[in-house]
Design a protein. Structure first.
Length: 464
């Protein structure tokens, strides 16, 4: 029986159905653990960069220039993410999803471990920041290839029912990784300042090797995507996935990039930028990390909730509502953060990170996989997502820092306007996007040959 038939509800033998559910659970767990580990390492870098890298790797610069340089290395990782999406998307669409995901996880774990073992500027001079940037590039390539593969593995194994919810485990990896990274940093940041700067900051990076072993153990046990296997069996694999995406789906690629910008700017401002700004306002380092840990933990609940809602009412209304709500809340959120009161800081981050951001971010994994056909899905989803990441999150701390500096460091009004503009881009992009909730992902669907997909007739959600 074909994969398409299975997806469309044909009866399966009991044993086959049991095996299918078992494999689906394994794939979902693999996608969750994989993105958790990837984002633990990737976001850990941003947190540590805002705290210590200016002192350890750019000590020859004055403090302000050192901070800007540290955030610059953070941006390098985002610049490398589209490259990772292109490379891993190409081979993921030609060779297979699973092999690429094993590779991206290995790259990330090794690069992060090496960052933890890296000598500082005081020890090896200019080679310290050079090696730091090189390893950050490797991190960017790894996470750039990870997200698309993990998202579509979960979506392609899930079939048509509950696809948004199951694919959202990929989105849950980011806040889970943030919880782990900020939680470990909160512990080591209790060390005396000299010990934290000498070895304490290294501990979270060195732990990456343990997470890598756990992640690979689970990931190696999953089966290849059934839809990709069908494409390969038909000898219908795309020879040049990126060129095919650009030629046949330019509108969807552009819209995917625009849809993601608001969520990424919000994510970066409410995590990386907030750490530096909140400490400047007067919060202690441990207070900020604790607030981030709590809000990220609650986001793990918010993301699947909004993804499940998108399975019922559609991807477009959920994301559009989240973008509008975040734009409206921008000024109040930063007013709470600027108050200098820890309970209000926590309230702002919970509202922003745990409620408003998940509305934009939660349905995104399913939406992006539904916007491209199986032959080019890894490349299309990855490149769209990663372009949004580099344009949104990659430059957000530098832009926000510059806007704050232009006001003398006393007003966040321009930072709020920046967030409003980013959410506006998301709102406009999702408005012009086609609803995809009811689209089938079967390999032989016409979406593979569409240049600009026509609207799909919406059907009622299946009873649950």
């Amino acid at each position: 029986m074909s994969t398409s038939a299975l997806e469309n509800g044909a009866h399966r033998p009991a044993t086959s159905d049991t095996d299918h559910r078992k494999q689906l659970r394994r794939v979902v767990l693999s996608s969750y653990l994989g993105t958790t580990i990837e984002f633990y390492d990737f976001l850990l870098y941003g947190t540590v960069a805002s705290l210590v890298f200016s002192k350890l790797f750019f000590s020859s610069l004055d403090p302000l220039a050192g901070t800007v340089a540290a955030f610059g290395t953070f941006a390098v990782g985002y610049l490398a993410r589209p490259l990772g999406g292109i490379i891993c998307g190409h081979f993921g669409d030609r060779i297979g999803r699973k092999s690429m995901l094993v590779g991206t996880m290995s790259l990330m774990g090794i690069a992060s471990f090496l960052i933890g073992a890296l000598p500082t500027y005081a020890q090896i001079g200019i080679w310290a920041p050079i090696l730091l940037v090189a390893l950050r590039l490797v991190q960017g390539i790894a996470v750039g290839g990870e997200w698309g593969g993990a998202a579509l593995m979960a979506a392609e194994h899930a079939g048509n029912r509950g696809r948004g919810l199951r694919a959202s485990v990929t989105q849950m990896g980011a806040p889970t990784g943030m919880v782990l990274s900020t939680g470990v940093l909160a512990l080591v940041s209790r060390l005396p300042e000299d010990q934290f700067l000498s070895w304490g900051w290294r501990v979270p990076f060195l732990l990456s090797i343990v997470l890598l072993a756990i992640g690979l153990f689970v990931r190696l046990s999953v089966q290849e995507s059934p839809l990709f296997s069908e494409v390969k069996a038909k000898d219908a694999v795309s020879k040049r996935p990126l060129l095919e995406v650009i030629r046949t789906h330019p509108k969807n690629l552009l819209l995917a990039t625009g849809i993601g910008i608001g969520a990424f700017v919000a994510q970066s401002l409410l995590t990386v930028f907030v750490i530096a700004y909140a400490v400047q306002v007067g919060y202690s380092r441990s207070q900020v990390l604790l607030a981030l840990t709590i809000s990220s933990g609650l986001a793990i609940v918010g993301l699947p909730a909004f993804a499940a809602l998108s399975d019922r009412i559609g991807r477009r209304p959920v994301i559009l509502g989240g973008a509008i709500a975040m734009a409206v809340a921008a000024f109040p959120l930063f007013a709470l953060i600027s108050s200098g009161k820890p309970p209000l800081l926590l309230l702002a981050l919970v509202i922003g990170q745990s409620v408003l951001h998940p509305a934009m971010y939660g349905p995104m994994a399913a939406l992006f996989t539904e916007m491209f056909g199986t032959r080019i899905r890894y490349t299309g989803a990855s490149v769209g997502y990663q372009l949004a990441a580099v344009l949104g999150a990659g430059f957000a701390p530098i832009i926000a820092g510059s806007l704050l500096a232009s006001s003398g460091g006393t007003s966040t009004a321009l930072v709020c306007l920046y967030l409003v503009a980013a959410c506006g881009i998301t709102a406009v992009s999702i408005w012009f996007a086609t609803e995809t909730r009811s689209r089938e992902l079967a390999a032989d669907r016409a979406v593979d040959a569409e240049t600009s997909p026509a609207p799909v007739r919406m059907q009622a959600s299946p009873a649950r």
